[in-house]
Design a protein around this ligand. Structure first.
Ligand code: GMT
Length: 369
């Protein structure tokens, strides 16, 4: 099948998921057409079954804002005809699903419009009064709508007064090239050196300042060990994080890596992952960490409980930082327990979150038209 994929090219969970779905579809013999301003962040356009179609924008002084959605819809409608597009898979309702529906109407062809909801398109953007009606419309008019967790599914149905069977939950997964290349299937603690990771877009919702506060309390709790925290990603709170790091005199123990395309070497060596987000429809960052056997501590919000079984393959916490510090110390003092949870975390990914498990569900929707 010829499948057009609309997604945000910037580093972020939805783009990563769009790209991994595309790679899995190629292995199943489909042809993928990424359509957007730039190729996806994690891209390998060397594959002859992937084509990138750039969208051009008209710069015209009358426009206060360039109408990207309209340009996308217009150029996508041409591609539907030229490339015989049978499926448009939109990641994020706004603006992608809307552009897909418009393009199909313009082209007047039979095209299966599939929309995958990732989180903030529903919990933030779509709920804003300026976008509510068009978000609801894009969901109602798509042929199939998927959400990356039951949590997001329920929330969308309730926020937009949709029937319960309108949306199908399909969890995210870890791409097989990434997953099966892991050299560590479970981790062992390495004596006095303890390494922690946080990775996000460093926005308010990810509570990245709390990551530094938790780390500081951990360092204070045992001055005998050598702790290191690695921060991956970039975003609006980075400067405040750097200032807090300096204030707490943690400069030598915290590294800001920025946005990193290749992070295997860092993740392979890390023991714990911190994700104190205030909301997280799924938490792909946590799943990626688990696929390296890291022990994840995540706030008990959103869809994180659909990934982590508390105290079995990771930890879900509420407000109290003392809980995290206490639990990390317990695990450091009991390396066998640490290893058990680390192994369980990797095995959970293998058992539930591989393309082999998830992709059949997407493919069924592609053919159901
Ligand atoms: O986490 C973000 O803010 C980025 C956002 C995105 O669209 O890239 O992530 C959302 O989609 C990811 C992939 O499905 C999920 O793993 C994240 O939980 C979700 N973010 C939020 O719900 C805040």
């Amino acid at each position: 099948m010829n499948v057009a994929v609309l997604n945000f090219h910037r580093l972020g969970g939805s783009g990563i998921v769009a790209y991994e779905i595309a790679r899995a579809l190629i292995r199943r013999g489909h042809k993928i057409h990424f359509v957007g301003l730039k190729p996806p962040f994690r891209n390998n356009l060397a594959d002859s079954n992937i084509t990138f179609h750039p969208i051009s924008l008209q710069i015209y002084p009358v426009f206060d804002f360039q109408p990207f959605t309209l340009a996308l819809a217009s150029q996508l409608s041409e591609l539907i005809v030229k490339c015989n597009i049978e499926v448009i898979h939109s990641h994020y309702a706004i603006p992608h699903a809307v552009a897909a529906l418009l393009a199909r109407d313009i082209a007047q062809k039979k095209v299966n419009c599939i929309t995958t909801l990732h989180g903030t398109d529903i919990t933030v953007v779509g709920l804003h009064p300026s976008m509510y009606n068009i978000t609801k419309y894009s969901i109602e008019k798509s042929n199939h709508v998927t959400a990356v967790s039951d949590y997001l599914n329920r929330k969308t149905c309730s926020n937009f007064s949709l029937p319960k069977n309108k949306i199908k939950t399909i969890h995210n997964f870890i791409g097989s090239e990434v997953l099966y290349s892991r050299s560590t299937k479970s981790k062992k603690l390495s004596g006095k050196n303890v390494s922690l990771i946080h990775s996000s877009n460093l926005r308010e919702i990810k509570a990245p300042l709390e990551v530094i506060e938790i780390f500081s309390k951990l360092v204070q709790s045992d001055l005998e060990r050598n702790y290191h925290l690695g921060i991956l990603g970039d975003g609006p709170l980075k400067d405040k994080m750097i200032a807090l790091t300096k204030k707490l005199k943690l400069d030598h123990q915290i590294t800001f890596y920025g946005e990193k395309l290749h992070f295997n070497d860092i993740y392979e060596k890390a023991d714990f992952f911190l994700l104190p987000s205030y909301d997280e429809s799924f938490g792909l960052a946590a799943l990626e960490a688990m696929s390296f056997g890291m022990v994840v501590f995540a706030r008990d919000v959103g869809g994180l409980g659909e990934i982590i079984d508390h105290e079995k393959d990771g930890f879900l916490f509420c407000e109290d930082h003392r809980y995290i510090v206490g639990k990390i110390n317990d695990l450091l003092n009991d390396p066998k327990l640490y290893e058990k949870i680390s192994r369980a975390s990797y095995e959970k990914v293998l058992k539930k979150f591989t393309p082999e498990k998830i992709m059949n569900e997407y493919e069924k929707l592609y053919f159901d038209f």
